[in-house]
Design a protein around this ligand. Structure first.
Ligand SMILES: *Cc1c(COP(=O)(O)O)cnc(C)c1O
Length: 362
């Protein structure tokens, strides 16, 4: 594959080349079934095998304990911003949120449509350059749950030590860092993630929910937006996004073949260190956006002295085959998204470009 771009897209994002090639082989006819996987019933044995294998692999790779359900739903993580409070926020309780950046803010805004919301900690005053320390969390008197955004995709910050919230369920939006490293799932009541950053194509959203949190919600909640609907039906209440679930399964096989969650952590730390070292050793030419202790190993955000120079960096990098390095329109600057599937070779190429760009413009 001669013309594969250096893909640093924020999402949808790079997928492993082997996964794409294998899916291509299976695209027109899936395992001698006489048809594409996309053409077959989601109630048939062939698809069901894919469905349950994907779930089993996710359970294995994330070491999901007994007592949790894995759901495949649609609507993206953005729909989870609503489903979490619709299902878990009850009258007389308050939903607590940690305000860490752009995605946390969207989750908070959505939750406010459904009930009482409190901000338990916030780094807004520091321009969301850091993740609050666990000690900063102040819970309201009757908390329904505590919601955090594990990785702020736009600002480039990431939690390392999740807070211990005791008997209050901890909810994690892991859309942009699921399976980037080992995580103790038992700390969480619920984890959700859109697939299109670390797990596959867009179209499927993973929900991992502790069984005691699956209950009939208060008030009128549409059937499709209830966790109990999907839990009871093994995510086959209606037609699931079959091809996206198949692709997620193929990505999970790749993760397993490459050392599982621990293997991903080693690979991701190596990639992130290389870029942060390039930034830190540039004598101030590149300036990391996130505070050193809150840096993300998934989204590396940085700035140059002027917006003019940032524009030039984006333009020249594009001309050399690098894709997706412009920062999100809401914060500007530059961002390299280095999810699981982004290869160390591509990150080395980017570090080389950064040094070269500095030598020409520094
Ligand atoms: C991308 C992203 C979302 C939104 O995901 P959609 O699937 O587009 O709804 C939410 N949270 C985080 C942390 C993200 O990175």
């Amino acid at each position: 594959m001669a013309n594969r771009a250096y893909n640093f897209n924020a999402g949808p994002a790079a997928l492993p080349l082997e996964v794409l090639q294998n899916a291509q082989k299976q695209f027109v006819e899936y395992e001698e079934s006489g048809m594409s996987l996309m053409e077959m019933s989601h109630r048939g044995a062939v698809y069901e095998k894919v469905h349950y294998e994907t779930e089993t692999l996710l359970r294995e790779l994330m070491s999901i304990p007994e007592g949790y359900k894995v759901l495949f739903v649609q609507g993206g993580a953005s729909t989870q911003f609503a489903m979490v409070p619709m299902n878990l926020l009850r009258a007389g309780t308050t939903a607590a949120y940690v305000a860490t950046g752009s995605w946390a803010t969207k989750a908070i805004q959505e939750a406010k449509l459904f009930g009482d919301v409190a901000v338990a900690a916030s780094s807004e005053a520091d321009a969301y350059k850091r993740i609050p320390a666990a000690e900063e969390l102040k819970l309201p008197s009757n908390p329904a749950y505590v919601h955090l955004t594990s990785n702020e995709t736009i600002e480039g910050t990431q939690w390392t030590d999740y807070p211990d919230t005791g008997s209050v369920p901890l909810i994690g939006d892991m859309s942009s860092d699921i399976l980037c490293r080992p995580v103790d799932v038992s700390k969480f009541g619920l984890i959700y993630a859109g697939a299109q950053k670390n797990l596959g194509p867009s179209g499927v959203t993973i929900v991992i929910i502790r069984e005691d949190l699956i209950a009939k919600p208060e008030g009128a909640v549409p059937t499709m937006l209830r966790y109990d609907t999907h839990a009871k039906a093994d995510s086959l209440y209606n037609t699931p996004p079959t091809f996206a679930i198949y692709m997620a399964g193929e990505v999970l096989k790749w993760v397993k073949a490459n050392g599982g969650a621990a293997g991903m952590a080693a690979r991701n730390n190596e990639k992130a260190n290389l870029l942060y070292d390039t930034i830190d050793s540039s004598g101030g030419f590149y300036r990391g956006f996130a505070d050193a202790g809150s840096r993300s190993i998934m989204n590396v955000t940085f700035r140059l002295a002027t917006e003019e120079l940032e524009k030039q960096f984006a333009k020249e990098s594009e001309a050399q085959g690098f894709v997706g390095l412009k920062g999100h329109r809401s914060v500007g600057g530059l961002r390299a998204s280095i999810y699981n599937a982004v290869t160390p070779e591509n990150v080395q190429a980017l570090a080389g470009f950064m040094r070269d760009f500095q030598s020409r413009n520094g």
